[in-house]
Write a protein of this length. Structure first.
Length: 237
């Protein structure tokens, strides 16, 4: 698989929607997690990321302007033992609850499907980062309608053992802007991850469409001592 430029992948798409990147830093010392959200409607754009219990939660920037919280207010990132779970919806909690009950990442998601936001039927994307003694392992999932037909949910899970330094896997909700929005297609994109946490956060944020970007979360987790660095950028601040 060809390693692609993160900047080129983002800058060439005005509306990838919500996106997850999991991988390993260029120096090989840290696991890397990034999650961003975008929005076209006033309701979607009225959000910020706030830290919560080692993870993050979305929150209305202006509560008086919040219309429908059902698909936009959730905890995108949660910690569970030596695992970090990230998703674009409340399935973060579904995964946590399922794995606490002994289910696998994939099994926990069997009770969920794409979002009920016709005609887009936004895919549910989810990621799992497992910290191990000799590195980390990555899983990514996408649950989407079958070619826009809501009578079938297509379920795809991708697993990567011991990712290489400077490489990350990227999955997002939409192929591009459109009406309806076309769902992401294919396996996760292999990206080059360069620099430290600040340069990576800046690269992602500056590459996202300025009108549509809303919030970004980036975390580097040291693979030896499990210490972490976090960066959050909110357009509304």
């Amino acid at each position: 698989m060809k390693i692609r430029s993160l900047k080129r992948e983002l800058a060439g798409n005005s509306y990838p929607g919500r996106g997850i990147i999991l991988g390993k830093s260029e120096d090989g010392r840290s696991a890397v997690v990034a999650y961003f959200i975008m929005g076209r409607s006033a309701n979607s754009r009225n959000r910020i990321f706030v830290e919560e219990e080692g993870g993050i939660r979305t929150q209305a920037y202006d509560p008086s302007k919040l219309e429908d919280p059902s698909l936009i207010i959730y905890a995108p990132v949660r910690l569970l033992d030596d695992m970090l779970i990230v998703s674009n919806g409340d399935q973060t909690d579904t995964i946590c609850d399922g794995m606490r009950a002994g289910k696998s990442f994939e099994e926990a998601l069997r009770k969920r499907c794409f979002e009920p936001d016709a005609p887009n039927y936004t895919p549910r994307i989810s990621g799992l980062l497992e910290l191990e003694e000799d590195g980390c392992a990555i899983s990514l999932s996408i649950l989407k309608s079958h070619n826009g037909n809501p009578t079938q949910c297509d379920r795809h899970t991708y697993c990567y053992d011991k990712p290489f330094a400077g490489e990350g896997y990227f999955i997002h909700t939409y192929q591009s802007d459109g009406d309806p929005l076309p769902s992401y297609e294919g396996e996760p994109t292999l990206l080059a991850l360069t620099g430290d946490i600040d340069s990576l956060a800046e690269e992602i944020w500056s590459s996202l469409d300025e009108d549509n970007r809303v919030s970004l979360f980036v975390r580097y987790i040291n693979l030896k001592d499990k210490s972490s660095q976090t960066r959050i950028i909110n357009k509304n601040s």
